[in-house]
Design a protein around this ligand. Structure first.
Ligand code: S3P
Length: 185
């Protein structure tokens, strides 16, 4: 982490757009967002945390009480809200890029970065966590692969940049991401 802060972070100009991280559950969006937050000295917004705080309920509780559609509308609300503020690093929930209007909103003030990993790695990363209602009773490679495949085209269509996270450190991921962002300038 130190290394990347020195090499990529040193002299890093402040963000003038949002960096929006999308991708399947367990692809490392939150970890990468925190690292980028340090590098750019920027605010990090964790979509799920923001929603849970606003609703004063956990994500599984929101799904159970109000259903998925209600949760999806909260994701859309957050993206609309964000347009009004200064640039942030936004770590999106895994389903946020499935709505076209959300992707339009992400792209309006930001660069969209897709993080990827294979189903086996995802399973390793999520297996001890009970906070993801869509994986309840489906913590196996086949179920994860199926949902990933169903989402894949939308993820890729939304992405300005795609970063593979398999067997890589967070520092390496951030470094590649920043290099690719610079290439787009
Ligand atoms: C979801 C991903 C979760 C959370 C919710 C739904 C999804 O976020 O928003 O459980 O539809 O993929 P993470 O991707 O941060 O786990």
């Amino acid at each position: 982490m130190k290394e990347i802060e020195m090499s990529a972070g040193g002299g890093q100009s402040p963000l003038d757009y949002n960096i929006v991280l999308i991708g399947f559950m367990g692809t490392g969006k939150s970890t990468v967002a925190r690292c980028l937050g340090k590098i750019f000295s920027a605010e990090v917004v964790e979509m799920d945390d923001w929603i849970a705080k606003q609703e004063k309920r956990s994500i599984p509780d929101i799904f159970e009480t109000y259903g998925e559609e209600y949760f999806r509308n909260l994701e859309t609300n957050l993206l609309t809200e964000m347009r009004k503020g200064s640039p942030v690093i936004l770590s999106c929930g895994g389903g946020a890029a499935m709505r076209k209007e959300n992707v339009d909103e992400m792209k309006r003030g930001g660069k969209v970065v897709l993080l990827t990993a294979c189903p086996e790695t995802i399973l390793e990363r999520v297996k001890g966590n009970e906070n993801r209602p869509l994986l309840k009773g489906k913590k196996d490679v086949e179920s994860i692969r199926k949902l990933m495949e169903a989402r894949c085209a939308k993820y890729e269509a939304a992405a300005d940049i795609i970063i593979h996270t398999e067997h890589r450190t967070v520092a390496e991921i951030c470094e590649e991401l920043i290099t690719k962002l610079k290439e787009m300038e």
